[in-house]
Design a protein around this ligand. Sequence first.
Ligand code: SF4
Length: 220
Amino acid sequence: MDQAVESLLPAREERFGYICHRCSRCCHHKKIQVNPYEVARLARNRGQTTTLFRAEWTVDGAGTVLQQTETGACVFLAPDGCTVHADRPLVCRLYPLGRHIVVGEEEQFSRLEPHPRSEGEYLTEGTIADFLEAQEADLFIQAADDYLQWFDDALNMLAGDLGTAPSTIVAMPTTDQGRLLDMDTAIAAYGASTGGAEPADIEDRKALHLRILYQALSLR
Ligand code: SF4
């Protein structure tokens, strides 16, 4: 989500508590970024392949940002709330916290400035760790870190090939890279070339997808 940061909270032991009263105001005018794992979770929730999901529900079919309606609402917001709640992305689980990660450094959290008419309720009890547990955020945090690590490794390898600094490379996926980042397409192509069966479990699929992505780096 792109939103004003109020203050940085350095650790999960930091005091924090929040109860969502489902006013849904935070589901408007937000850039909801998703990684391949989140796309896979949402696609499964919708009964679609990741390929179809990316094309139908993400901006420009790129698989990185959820679409909004004309009113600025998230495409998955219905009158009675989020229609993909069980598989909602990490940023939705964290709100009103932001999580900031740089590869090789400790995570940091920030309090995001709430919507002026938000009905959410801040608590004086609990910690960030408690909040993350209640939001079942762990698998999503792990996936975010794993894909960021791959992206960082890819940038560093590309920078080495080009003889430039990673920060000067603008990441713009080509069609082939886009297919590689589409989990179901990448796994199907891998299965076809190796003759192996596709795992059904989504965590196993994430692990295989990352193996495929790293293999692609080594073959570049
Ligand atoms: S995915 Fe669900 S919780 Fe997240 S912005 Fe969309 S409607 Fe809101």
